[in-house]
Design a protein around this ligand. Structure first.
Ligand SMILES: [Zn+2]
Length: 87
């Protein structure tokens, strides 16, 4: 990818915001203020536990449910006009 996006994360050593590339997420980076080591992680989605896998799984499940709901809607149409089910 050519575009490099940055985000800021507070350095645990000096408390200053450190500019981190998004491609360094999950990796160790060096603070350019105090040269302290820190692990890059998205500050906006910060959680005390590294449970990033379950959150993405949840998002996927929600997307799946959305697509399923749309499928049902489309299937309802032909059934309505085609077969007059005697219920
Ligand atoms: Zn620092």
């Amino acid at each position: 990818m050519s575009s490099s996006t940055y985000f800021y994360q507070e350095c645990p050593t000096c408390g200053r915001p450190v500019e981190i590339r998004v491609e360094y997420l999950g990796r160790k980076v060096t603070c350019h203020h105090c040269r302290g080591k820190l692990v890059a992680r998205d500050a906006s989605s910060f959680r005390p536990n590294p449970a990033h896998k379950s959150s993405t799984l949840l998002e996927r499940a929600e997307q799946l449910l959305d697509s399923l709901a749309e499928d049902e809607k489309e299937e309802l149409h032909p059934t309505h006009t085609d077969a007059p089910n005697p219920r």
